[in-house]
Design a protein. Structure first.
Ligand code: TXE
Length: 452
């Protein structure tokens, strides 16, 4: 059994990929159990060295990985190269973790009390199609660093870079069975990660609906789970902001990766007194956003991932008040022009995740209204605040219920700072200084020292 991969920029089928069944998942988990025991028993420096070797192998194959992502996912080559080098950086960062997973020494009379960070064992990682390599690395790098084995399931649509990373791990000298990439469907391979008794933790990134199911399944097994889910993040522009800068940055914040980004600032909230001026500034910035062949260095945005996804995105424009659109190529491929919509607070476009290059613009009245509107969503992943008023920046960033905010910029993901969502956007945090610890359980041991 296989599934067919399609180049999103041409619509042409180019490869068949194996669809694993439950028996193959069970065999992989059995191999992982064995590999994990030896891996966890290694000296911390040996695990650190192995991860650095894996990082070097990724660095040496950045161009190859990037080209695979252009073909399989339609990412612009510049972005794809950044993604591949990000994987190497994530591996290098967590290569520092094995020697830093320190426990505590807690004062207890009559002895010595210490804690250990014990690895879970085998960790199952389920990733989506929007950022196939980077999201996978946020799971596997800290999980491996903490002494776990990893089974990774890429999305059906975009398995190629994950499969290549699995090969590079072996070429770099990681032990057989320690990091295995299993291609297949969510309902078979993903669900088996949830139900398999030897997979002791699950990391899931994807839709809120499936994530909720995965969490429910993990609850039945008393299995910890990390969830990175959807978003409807607000880009809040106050009248006292540098409007030129805010407008120039807005397209990148929502149209990057064709809007297929959980952190996409897909609602722009603008203070009413500067609403018209902001739209005047936004229009040329959207027109200048370069959509086209992802193989070209100059391209800023490629196609959507699939024909089905393009239909879903298009459905959001039915009855919508479109203010203006950018351009996109005609013809084959799943192209969609960047679109700016004027929305009311109850409109579908203002409430649901589009996961495409469509942004809803809404006016607000004052600071309290901006916070209330930003929070008027089931989600709570990211957001941006544009203001020149420091006190307001502090108040609004504390008031918005999101896991990752930026003031006067749109940055959300740095591997050395924590990342994750509140409310329907997720559970737990990835990346940052503590991520390796999240792949361990604390063990407390008391050593009696009384002589008698
Ligand atoms: O996600 P799914 P899809 C949103 C976005 C998008 C929509 C659907 O709105 O349009 O979700 O995308 C695996 N048990 N996001 O269908 O289905 C699946 O094989 C275990 C937002 O791709 O959630 C894939 O590997 N696993 C999000 C992964 O889960 C299962 C990123 C994600 O698939 C499973 C992606 C099951 N029962 C989509 N069913 C973001 N905000 O970053 C599927 N999977």
């Amino acid at each position: 059994m296989t599934f067919t991969l399609i180049d999103p920029s041409t619509g042409a089928a180019f490869r068949e990929v194996h669809r694993a069944d439950v028996e193959e998942v069970d065999a992989a988990v059995a191999r992982a159990v064995v590999a994990q025991r030896s891996w966890a028993a290694l000296a911390p420096v040996a695990r650190a060295d192995a991860l650095r070797a894996f990082a070097r192998a990724v660095e040496e194959h950045i161009d190859e990985l990037a080209r695979l992502e252009v073909l399989n996912s339609g990412h612009p080559i510049g972005s794809a190269r950044w993604e591949a080098s990000h994987v190497a950086q994530v591996l290098n960062f967590y290569a520092g973790a094995p020697e830093r997973l320190s426990g505590q020494q807690i004062p207890v009379a009559g002895g010595l009390d210490v804690t250990f960070h014990e690895p879970y064992g085998v960790v199952g990682i389920i990733v989506p199609w929007n950022f196939p390599m980077t999201i996978a690395s946020w799971g596997f790098a800290p999980a491996l660093a903490a002494g776990n084995a990893v089974v990774l399931k890429p999305a059906e649509l975009t398995p190629l870079t994950a499969v290549r990373l699995g090969e590079l791990a072996l070429e770099a000298g990681l032990p057989e069975g320690l990091f295995q990439v299993i291609t297949g469907s969510g309902s078979i391979v993903g669900q088996r990660f949830v139900s398999h008794p030897d997979v002791r933790k699950v990391v899931f990134t994807g839709s809120t609906a499936v994530g909720t199911d995965v969490a429910a399944g993990c609850a039945r097994e008393l299995k910890p789970v990390t969830l990175e889910l959807g978003g409807k993040s607000a880009n809040i522009v106050f009248a006292d902001a540098d409007l030129e800068k805010a407008a120039a940055a807005a397209p990148g914040a929502v149209f990057d990766n064709a809007g297929q980004d959980c952190c996409a600032r897909s609602r722009i909230l603008v203070e009413r007194s500067v609403y018209d001026r902001f739209l005047e500034l936004l229009e040329p910035a959207v027109a200048a956003w370069r959509v086209g062949d992802p193989a070209l260095e100059s391209t800023e945005m490629g196609p959507l991932i699939s024909a089905a996804h393009r239909s879903t995105v298009a459905s959001f424009l039915e009855g919508a008040d479109v203010a203006f659109r950018g351009s996109a190529p005609e013809g084959d491929g799943f192209w969609f022009a960047p679109t700016v919509v004027l929305a009311g607070r109850e409109d579908r476009i203002a409430r649901e995740e589009v996961f495409g290059p469509v942004v809803a613009v809404l006016p607000f009245d004052d600071e309290a209204d901006a916070i209330a509107l930003a929070n008027d969503t089931a989600y709570g992943l990211a957001g941006s605040i544009w203001t020149e008023n420091l006190g307001r920046a502090v108040r609004v960033s504390r008031g918005v219920k999101s896991g990752v905010l930026s003031v006067n910029s749109h940055s959300s993901v740095r591997y050395w700072t924590p990342f994750g969502g509140m409310k329907a956007s997720g559970l737990g945090r990835e990346l940052g200084p503590d991520a390796a610890e999240h792949f361990t359980e604390t063990k407390n041991v008391f050593f009696a020292t009384d002589a008698s």
